[in-house]
Design a protein around this ligand. Structure first.
Ligand code: COA
Length: 327
């Protein structure tokens, strides 16, 4: 059985920096409130007309270049996003068109903040069972057009940002690369963090009186579950790999909130020094947050070959997922 190894990473964030104070144009808020509660200082917003596939292109190009893989050699694309260009088809189809990729399977998955780790798991399985040799996994989000910029939207609107990350996963005779992945869902909490409309339960699906177009979040409930589930799934990955928490070089938590990562670190008995954080710069970029962190960590020299890392994510669904990887 071949190993599944991440051979290239890439990321892209839009140029426009939106600082906490800039959000005062829409909301009754402050830099102190946002930073204290979330760890966010700023995020990026892309201009209207840009979709997740557009944001993904520079990230994918970097990942392919770093892997030394030509786009014509890809066997599959897995694209995780909760903010696709349209109702259907998925963002992966647009990426395939825009990058002139071969007519390979281009699969969208909708696992929200856990989407990248789910995508990695799909890539891992296709590679380990021998069906494909090179799979591109993308997490990309255009969140800013979904945010409620009216005064009522402030609790959710200050947390999210746009961005994209990508990795190339390849079959290899030398590993271990991706040691294991672990996936979970609990749909009973689906309505605690969701965008309920437009909904196919209604006719017409889109009507002038839509009230659920913007993200709804029960922040306290989400916070509580996020700490428990991200910790649990990190421990699940550690146990499966046979690693003690302290022998891991880096933890890459989904960048939802600094306090969630800090509570999780505390409960595992680790310091935040082992947690790679980008939330202060980009906010919560949902499916893009982990691949952006991986790519940045590789570029700034923090993440090195042979290091042991744990990815752990939690998000709408509720969904949660983790991975143990030797880089
Ligand atoms: N600026 C200023 N005040 C704000 C605000 C904002 N952007 N948003 C809400 N407030 C106010 C509230 O109206 C409330 O005021 P009140 O006491 O007068 O009613 C007060 O701040 C406290 O609000 P509350 O919702 O209790 O804050 P909190 O401490 O629970 O923090 C979150 C809110 C969203 C930061 C927090 O619940 C959280 O981080 N949840 C998890 C979010 C997350 O990670 N989601 C993604 C998971 S993938």
């Amino acid at each position: 059985m071949p190993y599944a190894v991440i051979t290239g990473t890439g990321h892209y964030v839009p140029e426009k920096v939106v600082k906490n104070d800039d959000l005062k144009a829409f909301y009754d808020t402050s830099d102190e409130w946002i930073y204290e509660r979330s760890g966010i200082r700023e995020r990026r917003f892309a201009p209207e007309g840009v979709g997740p596939a557009d944001l993904a292109i520079p990230a994918v190009k970097q990942a392919l270049e770093r892997a030394g893989v030509d786009k014509t050699a890809l066997d599959m694309v897995v694209f995780a996003t909760l903010s696709p260009e349209c109702w259907f088809p998925g963002s992966a189809c647009f990426l395939q068109e825009k990058m002139d990729l071969p007519t390979i399977p281009a699969l969208d998955i909708r696992m929200q903040c856990s989407g990248f780790v789910y995508g990695l798991s799909i890539a891992e399985q296709y590679i380990k069972n021998g069906m494909y040799r090179r799979v591109l996994v993308v997490g990309a989000e255009m969140q800013s057009t979904s945010l409620d910029l009216s005064p009522e939207g402030r609790t959710v609107g200050v947390l999210f940002g746009d961005g994209a990350g990508a990795v190339v996963v390849e079959a290899s005779q030398t590993g271990p690369g991706i040691v294991s992945t672990h996936l979970h869902t609990q749909g009973k909490y689906a309505r605690e963090l969701w965008i309920p409309e437009p909904s196919s339960l209604k006719r017409p699906k889109v009507s002038p009186d839509l009230k659920g177009l913007y993200p709804y979040m029960n922040g306290k409930e989400v916070f509580k579950h996020a700490v428990v589930r991200m910790k649990e799934s990190a421990l699940e990955a550690l146990e499966s790999a046979g690693w003690a928490p302290e022998e891991v070089d880096w933890y890459f938590p989904h960048q939802a909130n600094y306090r969630i990562a800090a509570a999780m670190a505390d409960q595992i008995g680790l310091s935040m020094d082992k947690f790679y954080m980008t939330i202060h710069k980009y906010g919560n970029t949902t499916a893009a947050s982990i691949p952006i962190s991986l790519s940045e960590a590789e570029r700034d020299g923090s993440l090195k070959k042979g290091q042991k890392i744990i990815l752990t994510a939690f998000g709408s669904g509720f969904t949660w997922a983790s991975a143990a990887i030797v880089w």
